[in-house]
Design a protein around this ligand. Structure first.
Ligand code: HMG
Ligand code: MG
Length: 317
C-alpha cells in the first residue's frame, strides 16, 4: 500500500512534550497468566527476548505463585533458567521483575538469582481473599517479611495494588481506602507503587482524583506507576490523564494480552503498541522500536492462534 501513515506526526502537548517515560511491559506475566492454552516455555523465552530487543526497558517475566493457582506460569523456574542462559540477555536476565506473593515465592526467586520482585496486594477485602487466599489485613502480614527479606538482599521491590478504581464484588472503592492501602505498601519498603485498574473501569477524572489524593498523602507521582486494563476502552485516555498529572511509569502489555484469572471481568491490559503510538505522537520518549514491537506481537498472535487486540497492530497488518 502506498501513502500509508506508519508513524504519528509529532505534536507535543503542553507540559508533557519533553517527558521521558518508562514502559513496564507485563505481557509475558499479566498477558500469559490468562491464556487458556499452555504456551511452551521456549515460546515465552522468545517473547521476553524479543520484547527486550525491541527496547522495552522493563519486561516482567513471570510469577512465583502457587502453580495450582496459576498453572499457566508453573514453568517460572524453567523460564528464568532459559533466559539466564540467553547470551543476548546475559546478566540482565536477573533484573527482569517477577511476581512473588509470599516468602515461598521469594525463596524461589532468590534461588534463581532474581534481583527485582513485585508483591501484589488488593485494596479490597474480597479480592484479597480471592486472589491471595488472605483477608485484607492478613495480606500485609504475608508481605511484611517478604519485602523485608527482599530489601535485605538488596532487591528492588514493586508493590502492585489491585482494584484501585472499582471492584467486581464490592463496587466503588473509595480513594481514601486505596491511598491507605498504597501507603502501607510503601511503608513496608516497596520502592514503587503500581495502581491497578484490574477490571478497567477507571475514567480520566477518576485517575486524576486518585493521584491528587495520593499527593495529598505525601506520595508523589515519582513513586507511582499506573496499570490500566482496557475493558471499557478507557486505558489510553487514563494513561494520558496520568501523564498530564506527572506519572512517568506506565504498565502495558504487548498486543493487549492479559487479564486476571481471579477477576473474570478483567480483560486485556492497555496494548503497549497503542501506548507507544500515543506517546510518540506527543513527542514523549520511550526508547521502544515500534516496528520491532509490532512484529513481536504479530508473531505472538500467531503462536496463540488469534489476532492481536492492539489497534495499532491491527491497523498495521
Ligand atoms: P495458599 O493456598 O493460602 O498457600 O495460597 P499457603 O500459604 O497456605 O501454602 C499452601 C501450600 O502452597 C504450601 O505447600 C506452600 O509451600 C505452597 P505444602 O506445605 O502444602 O506442600 N506455596 C507455594 N508454592 C509455590 N510458590 C509459592 C507458594 N506459596 C505457598 N509462592 C498464595 C496463597 C498466595 C500462594 C496463592 O493464593 C497464590 O499463589 N495466589 C496467586 C494468584 C495470582 O497469581 N493472581 C494473578 C496475579 S495478580 C494480578 O494479575 C493483578 C495485577 O496484574 C494488577 C492488576 O491488574 O490489578 C498484578
Ligand atoms: Mg493486571
Amino acid at each position: 500500500m502506498t501513502g500509508v501513515v506508519d508513524r504519528p506526526a509529532t505534536h507535543p502537548a503542553p507540559g508533557v512534550g519533553a517527558a521521558e517515560v518508562t514502559i513496564w511491559e507485563v505481557g509475558p506475566r499479566d498477558g500469559l497468566q490468562n491464556e487458556s492454552a499452555v504456551v511452551p516455555t521456549a515460546t515465552k523465552a522468545a517473547f521476553v527476548q524479543r520484547l527486550v530487543a525491541a527496547g522495552l526497558p522493563v519486561v516482567e517475566a513471570t510469577s512465583f505463585v502457587h502453580p495450582k493457582w496459576v498453572p499457566q506460569l508453573a514453568d517460572a523456574a524453567d523460564l528464568l533458567t532459559a533466559l539466564a542462559a540467553d547470551e543476548a540477555l546475559g546478566d540482565a536476565a536477573r533484573d527482569l521483575p517477577v511476581l512473588v506473593p509470599n516468602e515461598r515465592g521469594l525463596d524461589r526467586a532468590i534461588e534463581l538469582g532474581c534481583r527485582h520482585v513485585a508483591i501484589f496486594a488488593s485494596a479490597t477485602e474480597t479480592f484479597a481473599q480471592r486472589n491471595l487466599n488472605r483477608s485484607f489485613e492478613d495480606q500485609f502480614a504475608m508481605f511484611a517479611p517478604t519485602v523485608e527479606r527482599a530489601r535485605g538482599a538488596a532487591m528492588r521491590v514493586r508493590g502492585y495494588l489491585s482494584m484501585c478504581f472499582g471492584d467486581p464484588w464490592e463496587g466503588a472503592v473509595p480513594p481514601t481506602q486505596v491511598v491507605a492501602s498504597g501507603v502501607r505498601l510503601l511503608e513496608l519498603g516497596c520502592d514503587q507503587l503500581s495502581l491497578g485498574d484490574t477490571i478497567g473501569v477507571a475514567t480520566p477524572g477518576h485517575v486524576r482524583a486518585l493521584l491528587t489524593a495520593f499527593a495529598d498523602a505525601g506520595v508523589g507521582t515519582d513513586r507511582i506507576a499506573v496499570h490500566f486494563h482496557d475493558t471499557y476502552g478507557q486505558a489510553r485516555a487514563n494513561s494520558y490523564a496520568a501523564l498530564e498529572a506527572g506519572v512517568r511509569t506506565f504498565d502495558a502489555s504487548a498486543g493487549g494480552l492479559g487479564g486476571c484469572p481471579y477477576a473474570e471481568s478483567a480483560t486485556g491490559n492497555l496494548a503497549t503498541e497503542d501506548l507507544v503510538w500515543m506517546l510518540e505522537g506527543l513527542g514523549v520518549r520511550t526508547g521502544v522500536d515500534l516496528d520491532a514491537l509490532i512484529a513481536t506481537s504479530r508473531w505472538m498472535a500467531d503462536q496463540l492462534g488469534r489476532p492481536s487486540a492492539s489497534r495499532v497492530v491491527q491497523a498495521r497488518s
